[in-house]
Design a protein around this ligand. Structure first.
Ligand SMILES: [Cu+2]
Length: 129
């Protein structure tokens, strides 16, 4: 009886471990900020690829200058094509392929957080001084 309990616990740990390993990060990239922010004619453009998640997942940008968050899609049919930024009351559906600009105004210092429509893929932009 005791052996059965132990083997069940062992099995759960093994399955759980395997699940964590295989789950991985499909297309969400690393946590290292990418070079995806440019300033053109005084306007800051933050480019994020939406497909099976958001890449890069974290962007670092400058606060206080006119800013556009640009989502690039390419054959994006998953729910990352639906973008939400709750703190700015933004909810946008992206085309399957193309570029969609979301005006952010002059962002304040801090971190802007967004997700896909279902809230399973996160992304964030940290606005620094
Ligand atoms: Cu989702």
């Amino acid at each position: 009886m005791k052996a059965t309990v132990i083997s069940i616990i062992a099995a759960v740990i093994l399955i759980g471990g395997a699940f964590l390993l295989t789950k991985g990060t499909p297309n969400t990239g690393s946590d290292i900020p990418a070079n995806n922010v440019t300033v053109v004619d005084g306007k800051q453009i933050i480019e994020v690829t939406a497909k099976g998640g958001y890449l890069p997942r974290k962007s670092i940008a400058k606060a206080g200058i006119p800013t556009v968050l640009r989502f690039n899609t390419s054959g994006t049919f998953d729910c990352s094509s639906s973008v939400r930024i709750p703190s700015m009351d933004i909810s946008k559906n992206l085309p399957a392929s193309g570029a969609t600009d979301i005006e952010l105004g002059n962002p304040k210092l801090g971190t802007l957080q967004g997700t896909c429509g279902m809230g399973m893929y996160p992304f964030e932009v940290e606005f620094q001084s």
